[in-house]
Ligand binder design. Structure first.
Ligand SMILES: Nc1ncnc2c1ncn2[C@@H]1O[C@H](COP(=O)(O)OP(=O)(O)O)[C@@H](O)[C@H]1O
Ligand SMILES: [Mg+2]
Length: 353
């Protein structure tokens, strides 16, 4: 589907996506890339300029939001402060004209799903942040959607609660077996929660894949940059050696080999590769011929608790290495010194421009 706003902004450009029942899909991308607009079109809050939205073969495009088998959870999970947990959950059904007894029963079932029956009579200010989130979820689940649409649902929470809610939300989704489509700009959140990640940029899909693939095999330069902590090198093809390409960097003559069977690009043509910072090691196990290794100056040793990030310069090329915290005592304070880094050919990823 495509969405062009009046005035000409192309918010969503030919986004095609199939989501299975029971699947947890995360739309991930920088601010303004079209995530919310995509979700709003699925939920019925925005009309596509072009395209279709089908659920089980049925077109949703002409249905208003409340007639769709989708429910949207907006950025704020706000609850009514003067209502109890139960009343908060019942509220959505009341709006739909469901009778009192039926309402109560359905609300209690939804509270049971999120484990909050014992707290049914409490008001929000007597609940923890995590419990409030679960009430908000129960309020959504009570309407029995086929798909839950979540726009930055953890965006406002403090970090600890955010980390806990990731697990809770994901577990709940598994238990319910419901389709969740979750929008976030947070890479780590997407990696930790999704069955499949859809990386968007500039109104378009860049890559659709499972979290491990997105993290280790970015398809494009945009994905490699957005996911962060990737070393991206531009160069030219120097040689084909069987299934490998040998690529030499434009600036510093770093030489990198990459497994690329069937890649027919000519000698001298441009190529771009990425290597994850976490795949770079500081042990001296390079082959010694300069392939997949580099001599660097240590610019900054950044301690991250469970990891150390080394900011390096190979000539003018900035590079990153992420190694275990156990290396910190031997790396601390060594800014300005030289070090040899290396990586495995298997960790080199050929990128589309
Ligand atoms: N109602 C609107 N009218 C005009 N432009 C809009 C409207 N809503 C969003 N946009 C524009 O569409 C683009 C995508 O926005 P959005 O879907 O909100 O991105 P995201 O959720 O990824 O941050 C942005 O350029 C934004 O300014
Ligand atoms: Mg948004």
């Amino acid at each position: 589907m495509t969405k062009v706003f009046p005035g000409g902004t192309v918010a969503v450009d030919d986004v095609n996506l199939h989501v299975d029942h029971g699947e947890y899909v995360v739309l991930l991308g920088p601010s303004g890339c079209g995530k919310t607009t995509t979700l709003r079109m699925i939920g019925g809050h925005e009309f596509p300029t072009q395209g279709e939205i089908l659920l089980d073969g049925q077109s949703l495009v002409d249905l208003p939001p409340h007639k769709r088998p989708t429910t949207t959870v907006f950025q704020h999970f706000a609850l009514f402060p003067h209502r109890t947990t139960l009343q908060n959950v019942e509220f959505g059904l009341k709006m739909h004209g469901v009778k009192k007894d039926e309402r109560r029963e359905a609300a209690m079932r939804a509270l049971d799903m999120v484990g909050l029956v014992p707290l049914a009579d409490r008001k929000p200010n007597a609940l923890s942040g995590g419990q409030q989130q679960r009430v908000a979820l129960a309020r959504v689940l009570v309407t029995k959607p086929k798909a839950l649409l979540l726009d930055e649902p953890l965006g406002d929470l403090d970090r600890l609660l955010q980390l806990r809610m990731r697990v809770e939300l994901r577990n709940l989704q598994r238990q319910l077996g419901l389709m969740f489509i979750h929008v976030t700009h947070n890479q780590e959140e997407a990696l930790s929660m999704a069955d499949r990640i859809v990386v968007m940029n500039d109104a378009r899909i860049q890559q659709v894949a499972d979290p491990l693939t997105i993290a280790t095999k970015p398809a494009t330069e945009v994905v490699a940059r957005f996911m962060g902590d990737n070393n991206i090198l531009r160069g030219v093809v120097k040689a084909h050696e069987g299934d490998r390409l040998i690529i030499e960097g434009d600036e510093q003559h770093l030489r990198v080999s990459v497994h690329a069977p069937g890649d027919g690009r000519a000698i001298g043509s441009p190529a771009m590769i990425s290597v994850r910072a976490a795949a770079v090691t500081v042990e001296a196990n390079g082959s010694g011929d300069g392939l997949n290794s580099a001599e660097c100056e240590i610019v900054f040793v950044e301690f991250l608790g469970d990891l150390v990030k080394l900011h390096l310069l190979a000539g003018d090329e900035r590079m990153l290495a992420k190694v275990g915290a156990e290396h910190y005592p031997s790396l601390r304070g060594r800014e300005g010194e030289r070090i040899r880094i290396s990586w495995k050919e298997d960790d080199v990823q050929l990128l589309d421009a």
